[in-house]
Each structure stands twice: as C-alpha cells, then as structure tokens.
Write a protein that binds this ligand. Structure first.
Ligand code: NAI
Length: 347
C-alpha cells in the first residue's frame, strides 16, 4: 500500500505578522467585536474600558498607536504624556475631533486621522426617532398604558407635515436628516457657511442663522464643535426662536449653552428639546453610574423637564455605523503602516 505523506500545515495566520500594536481606550461591549473583526490579523490590539486621561497614560506603554473614542481626553498635557510612552499615531474612532488638540499633536509629530464618514443615517434616523417620540408623546403614552389608563387627553401632538425645519450644518448627517424631513412634507431652511450642492433637489433653502432661528418650528444642530460653534446657541439665539420651537442637538453638547437653554425651557419660550449630547457628558455617558450620586445640578434640572428627551450619546449606535467606524479605523492604521499616510489624516 502506497504511503500518503503527511504534511503539517502551519496555522492559518502563521505567515502573517501583526502590523501595528494598537491600544484602544474606552472600548465597550458594543464596539469590541466590530474592532476585533476589523483588525483581523493585521493589527495587535490591547484595550481598556477606561477613557484616556492623564492618570492612565501608562497603559499604552510599548504600543505604536492609539485608537480613541469621542470621550477620551487628548488635550495637550495628555498628548505630551502619551508621546513619552512611545505613541506616534492616533486613529480617532469618531467623526468629531473636538476632543484632541490637533495643533499640539502636530507640534509633537503625532499623526492623527478620523473616521470622516460612517452611516450618517444612524444619527439622522435617531434624531427623527427622538423628534417623533417627543412630539407624539410616545414615552408618556407607554407610561399611561402600563397603568391601564387609556385616556388620550394629555397626548395631543402635532403634524410635522407643513412645519419648517431649520438645519444648522448641512454636511453628511444634516443632509441625511433634511432628506428624511423632506419626505415628511416639511419646509427646509438651512444655515451652513458651505452650501450643500444637492440642496435644491430637496427644496432646502439657505438663509442666515437669525432668520433660520426665527422661522423654524424645529431646529436641528448638525455642525461640528469648534471655536466658532461653541455656545453658538446662547441666550440671544434662544430668544430669536419662535415661541414653542423645539431644539434638537445630536452633534456636540457645548454648541448649546445648557444654562441658557434651561432658562428658555423654564420660561416656556422653548417648547422642548431632544438631546443626544450634553455639555458635561464626559465621564458620565457610556458608563454605569447606577451606584453613584450624580452631582450635576444642570443635568438633574434637564432630566426634570417633561418636554426634554435625552439619550446618552447613542445616535451612532447601529450595526452599520459600528462596522464602518471599526473598518475605517483599522484601514487608517494599515495605511500608516504601509505608507505613513492615510486619506483621513487630519494633520
Ligand atoms: P460633516 O463634516 O459632513 O458636516 C458638518 C457641516 O457643518 C459641514 O457642512 C460644515 O460646513 C458645517 N459647519 C461648520 N461650521 C459651521 C457653522 N459655524 N455653522 C453652521 N454649519 C457649520 O459632518 P457630519 O458627519 O455631518 O457630522 C456633524 C457632527 O455630528 C460631527 O462634527 C459630530 O460632532 C456630530 N456627530 C454626532 C454623533 C452622535 O452619535 N451623536 C455621531 C457622529 C457625529
């Protein structure tokens, strides 16, 4: 009988080496599997659930790169500290980059890239969901139903059809939101220094900020947080809004002066708010604080309004968005490894 030679094959990934050692701060149950899947055999990952602060920079010692989330602190002193640990690359797992001091990173020679696009529909659709829940009083209706109180007297809402929606920032998310609202039969007003070339196709008209605030029944904030947009919505802007208007913020908390918004809600001038982000969310959102006494008067006050709906920065939380974030993050790292450049470099 002929002997069949036995060939021992190495494991599948034997010939592959890990390209970059990447340390991931603020990893959570919701994004871990997507990041691991996207890294495959291309990068070796280390991680912690902790957000990056000046107090835990030692965790990334020995790694080449960091993958950071929107609640990580990448201010100048933290960048100095991680540079000293050997980090030369930072892949942001977010569109926004208001949490990193880009100028300082550049001065240190740390490369930074973001994920400029990942399912804008995730955020736009979450905004629509919040708006409908708010104006059709769906949360209250569920509470009443649980009590077997089937009266409708406190549940009167209003049609979106025919209402004016003002969109501040008509990039990927703002425009996706605008398209959905155009399907509802709304009039669309927009404010953005850079006009979206597809605006005409959906009947969206650009105007100045003051006019948008005065004309809109619902105002949605969809621009980035930066020096120009910090407290863009403050007391004077709130005063310009139509009495009873609804303010939506799915972008970044500090675009709105929360104290001023609370005063406008107290006076009744502002009809309601749908907020996925909060000015002081850092350190609170994304973590379990069930056993902590929350010492934040402003948040407590906001939670007490019946006409304020808050979600904990979850607008991006769809499978499609998480896949997109993980893949682009890992692609940015692979590009750096191959050529020192990625198409999403911020500096
Ligand atoms: P984008 O870059 O496609 O669009 C931003 C738009 O804002 C641009 O058209 C820009 O010209 C405009 N803009 C800049 N400065 C402005 C100003 N002063 N006034 C009015 N408009 C201005 O960004 P994208 O993808 O639409 O994201 C927008 C923001 O949404 C991000 O910067 C991020 O902060 C936030 N975001 C929130 C998420 C969440 O889960 N809640 C998830 C992803 C993004």
């Amino acid at each position: 009988m002929r002997k069949i030679p036995i060939v021992l094959l190495p494991p599948n990934n034997y010939y592959l080496r890990y390209h970059m050692n990447v340390f991931i701060y603020s990893i959570h149950g919701f994004d871990k599997p997507f990041l691991a899947q996207a890294a495959g055999n291309n990068h070796k990952l280390g991680f912690t659930e902790e957000a990056l602060t000046i107090h835990n920079v030692n965790l990334c010692r020995g790694y080449d790169a960091l993958a950071l989330f929107s609640n990580d602190d990448a201010s100048a002193p933290v960048l100095d500290a991680i540079y000293a640990q050997g980090i030369r690359w930072i892949a942001l797992r977010s569109v926004g980059y208001d949490h990193i001091d880009l100028k300082h990173a550049k001065a240190l020679g740390i490369k930074v890239a973001n994920v400029p696009e990942y399912s804008p529909y995730a955020i736009a659709e979450h905004g629509v969901g919040m708006l409908l829940m708010h104006i059709r009083k769906l949360y209250e209706s569920q509470l009443l139903l649980q009590l077997q109180d089937f009266r409708l007297d406190t549940l009167v809402g209003f049609d979106l059809h025919g209402k004016t929606i003002g969109i501040i920032g008509t990039g990927k998310i703002g425009f996706a939101f605008a398209k959905i609202m155009s399907g509802f039969g709304c009039k669309l007003l927009a404010y953005d220094p850079v006009e979206n070339p597809e605006a005409d196709a959906i009947g969206m008209n650009y105007t100045d900020l003051d006019n948008l605030l005065g004309e809109s029944d619902v105002i949605s904030i969809n621009c980035p947080l930066n020096d120009h947009t910090h407290y863009m919505i403050d007391t004077p802007q709130l005063a310009l809004m139509k009495p009873g208007a609804i303010l939506m913020n799915t972008a970044r908390g500090a675009i709105v002066n929360t104290k001023a918004m609370i005063s406008a809600l107290e006076s009744g001038h502002l009809g309601g708010a749908c907020l996925d982000v909060y000015e002081k969310e850092k350190g609170w959102f994304f973590y379990d604080h069930r056993n902590t006494i929350l010492k934040d008067e402003m948040y407590a006050r906001l939670r007490n309004f019946k006409n304020v709906l808050i979600t904990g920065h979850q607008a991006f939380l769809t499978r499609e968005a998480l896949e997109g974030i993980a893949q682009t993050t890992m692609d940015n790292l692979s590009d750096w490894e191959k050529s020192g450049k990625s198409k999403n470099d911020l500096i």
